[in-house]
Design a protein around this ligand. Structure first.
Ligand code: ADP
Ligand code: MG
Length: 401
């Protein structure tokens, strides 16, 4: 049992060896060496959930798991894409509109990036690209944003595009929204592009202004995947967006400066409860109180009051459970077990919900106890085996070789 954490950590091979392995895979598939290798991390959101599409505040950190992309220019206008992890090569030609690949769906993320870069007028030529990653896919740690941002980082360097950091984030988001077809906010691509080691980032999703939030020493960020198979996420996510828009429309009728729920106070939501109806009022209350919790968390981190950060995380979870209604019993159970564990300062669901992961903060020396107690207790109650990832706050995208 004591080895569980080590098992999961052991999956993360040291960066140099992974880059070397990718170079080898590139050579096996395309022959010769890549011109360069770039990386971009996954992320975990510490607090500020379901606020991004209301122009609100979020506080993600980039994690020490990433996607590596190796690229080499070609003299012609062919593009060849290879996934080391999924296998296969997907090809396209710069002369034709970029189409989706229905067979090799992993290629739609780099294809989306190519499509958006061309749409933005970037001077691309042909290239060969191979990529690999250790961000668990579909667990809510945003492997898709890592693929997009790593691809953008690699092509930026290969073709000398000189894209500013947040331009990469916006282009990655557009690739996911307009090409892959997932209506995501800007958070995932922004933190993957702009993360800073040792820090979380408070991101204003309206202005894209960021505030560096020092994490402090000796604090562990522990992500636990419920291993619940997520269903109906897209439709429920769209329902929540529509409910937030309905609330916004109500306030905008009397206040022309209201563009999103970001612009509304908790008192206004309280006073409008009857007009909004019980469901929409609860959704709006989550958004406005969650935005306030993010700002409080910035202050608490700065004051090195991690106990307060933990309390804000627990309050965030309760709001997501009771007002926004995006948790499932397994997420509630994991948070309950985590909070009962000695040393754990706070825990909450993270990501879109309806399954996925929790995030907990605790002193580093409490992690072993968490793994030894919470994991078997969760298994016994649910029959599901959770995966635990101990994450360090890492730098955003870069060229690594
Ligand atoms: P999440 O972003 O939460 O991890 P998504 O469903 O948005 O989950 O994205 C997962 C998809 O991203 C995978 O199904 C795959 O198509 C692509 N992807 C992620 N990591 C890799 C990888 N290492 N290699 C190839 N494709 C990947
Ligand atoms: Mg994703």
């Amino acid at each position: 049992m004591c080895n569980r954490q080590a098992e999961v950590k052991g999956e993360a091979m040291i960066e140099g060896a992974r880059v070397q392995k990718l170079r080898q895979a590139f050579a096996n598939v395309f022959g010769g060496a890549p011109d360069l290798v770039a990386r971009a991390p996954g992320r975990v959101n510490l607090i500020g959930e379901h606020t991004d599409y209301s122009d609100g505040f979020v506080m993600p950190m980039a994690i020490d798991r990433d996607v590596l992309v190796a690229v080499r220019r070609r003299a012609d206008s062919q593009i060849r894409l290879h996934s080391v992890d999924f296998g296969g090569v997907s090809q396209l030609h710069l002369g034709a509109p970029v189409a989706r690949d229905g067979m090799r769906t992993w290629s739609n993320y780099p294809r989306g990036v190519v499509h958006i870069l061309l749409d933005a007028g970037a001077p691309l030529g042909g290239f060969d690209l191979a990529f690999t990653g250790n961000v668990p896919s579909g667990a809510g740690l945003s492997s898709s944003a890592a693929v997009e941002v790593a691809t953008l980082q690699a092509l930026d360097a290969l073709f000398g595009l000189k894209l500013p950091t947040f331009e990469k984030a916006k282009l990655g988001q557009r690739a996911e929204r307009e090409f892959v077809g997932v209506a995501c906010g800007i958070m995932d691509q922004a933190i993957s592009a702009a993360g800073v080691a040792g820090h979380a980032l408070m991101l204003d999703c309206r202005s894209l202004e960021t505030t560096l939030v020092p994490m402090g020493a000796g604090i562990a960020v522990v992500v636990t995947d419920t291993s619940v198979v997520r269903g109906l996420v897209d439709s429920k996510y769209n329902d929540r967006r529509a409910e937030c828009e309905a609330a916004t429309a109500h306030f905008a009728r009397t206040r022309s400066d209201v563009i999103a729920l970001r612009d509304v106070t908790a008192d206004e939501v309280h006073d409008a409860a009857d007009a909004l109806g019980p469901v929409v009022a609860r959704r709006a209350r989550h958004v406005v109180t969650e935005n306030a919790r993010v700002l409080s968390a910035v202050a608490a981190f700065r004051a090195e009051d991690l106990g307060e950060v933990g309390r804000l995380m627990v309050a965030s979870h309760a709001s997501l459970r009771d007002d926004f209604e995006v948790t499932v019993p397994e997420l509630d159970l994991l948070v309950e077990l985590a909070c009962a564990q000695p040393g754990v300062l706070g825990a909450r669901m993270t990501g879109a919900g309806f399954g996925g992961c929790t995030v907990a903060i605790m002193p580093t020396d409490a992690v072993a106890g968490y793994v030894d107690s919470v994991v078997p207790a969760y298994e016994a109650r649910t029959g599901l085996t959770p995966r635990v990832f101990t994450c360090e706050a890492s730098d955003g995208a870069s060229v690594v070789g």
